[in-house]
Every structure is written in structure tokens, then in C-alpha cells.
Design a protein around this ligand. Structure first.
Ligand code: ZN
Length: 166
């Protein structure tokens, strides 16, 4: 691959985690906490400061995934298809909808922010797929406390082909 002779410049970094890991060293970045859940539960603090709609799974998928009608491998394939354009994912393009405003303008997601789901660490979660896409478009990613590259994310997705994501 051309362009690989020199290490790429250090890019902006996002953290991907769950809300429960807020106090675990290295699992959340220094910036804002944002949800990537379709149905965050406010009473459990699953909204954070707003939602990154780009990485929230479509509502129609969730009952199928939870019932097992759609297995994790299929869920991953569907999300990859859905997100394949990488539209709005790049640094400077990715945004979130802040809470508490009707039709709010997007606010830029910046280096240091943390994108959260509620799934436990180590459980299959769409944040693994989100990590892959963020890496594709130039973010650096810390996933559940670990700096990952696309190979590491691919291993995760391969190992857990039939789990129960949330
Ligand atoms: Zn999840």
C-alpha cells in the first residue's frame, strides 16, 4: 500500500465504552460522554450529553437481535452495509444531537469524547463495528480501555460470531 512508508500523523482519538466503565482507568476519554444507543434509558444515565445518531442501530433491528432472530454475525453485516458510505463519520464531520432541544443542530464530536452503549465489556456490541468504521476514516480508537487497530477489531468480530448483542 502506498503511503505506508511513514507512520501516519497522530490523529484525533475517540473512546468506545459502556456507561458502567466511567470510573475504570482508561475506559473513558477526557471529553464528553455520548450515547450510541437507539433506546437509551434516561434513569440509568444512558443518554450522556447527547446522541451520535450515526452509530445508533436502526430501531427495526433491535427486537430481532434481542430475540435471536438476527444473530450477531448478521447484525454486524447489516450494520456494515448500512454504514458503508462512511457518511458523516470523519473527524470534523461526526456530530451528536445534544439533549433537550427539539431538532437540535449537530455539535461536533471531537478528540477525547467517549461513545457509549450499555453492553458489558467483552459482550458482542455494535460499538465494535463502530470502532472499525471510525478507524477506517482516520480516528484513533480506544475500545474498552484498549487501543485498537482494524486487525484487532476484526479479531473481536470474528471470535464472537454468535453472541447476544444489545
Ligand atoms: Zn451494545
Amino acid at each position: 500500500m502506498s503511503g505506508d512508508l511513514f507512520p501516519p500523523p497522530a490523529g484525533p482519538r475517540l473512546w468506545l465504552s459502556n456507561f458502567a466503565s466511567a470510573r475504570s482507568e482508561g475506559h473513558h476519554g477526557p471529553g464528553r460522554v455520548l450515547t450510541i444507543m437507539r433506546r437509551p434509558r434516561a434513569h440509568l444515565g444512558e443518554w450522556g450529553e447527547g446522541r451520535v445518531e450515526t452509530f445508533a442501530p436502526p430501531a427495526w433491528m433491535l427486537p430481532r437481535v434481542k430475540s435471536g432472530a438476527m444473530d450477531f454475525a448478521t447484525y454486524v453485516r447489516c450494520l456494515k452495509d448500512l454504514w458503508s458510505s462512511c457518511y458523516g463519520m470523519r473527524p470534523g464531520e461526526l456530530g451528536y444531537e445534544p439533549l433537550g432541544q427539539p431538532s437540535p443542530p449537530l455539535i461536533e464530536v471531537v478528540s477525547g469524547d467517549t461513545l457509549c452503549c450499555c453492553c458489558a465489556r467483552g459482550k458482542p456490541c455494535h460499538r465494535w463495528v463502530a470502532a472499525d468504521f471510525l478507524l477506517r476514516v482516520g480516528w484513533r480508537v480506544t475500545l474498552d480501555g484498549r487501543d485498537v487497530d482494524r486487525d484487532a477489531v476484526a479479531e473481536l468480530l470474528k471470535e464472537t460470531g454468535d453472541g447476544t448483542p444489545g
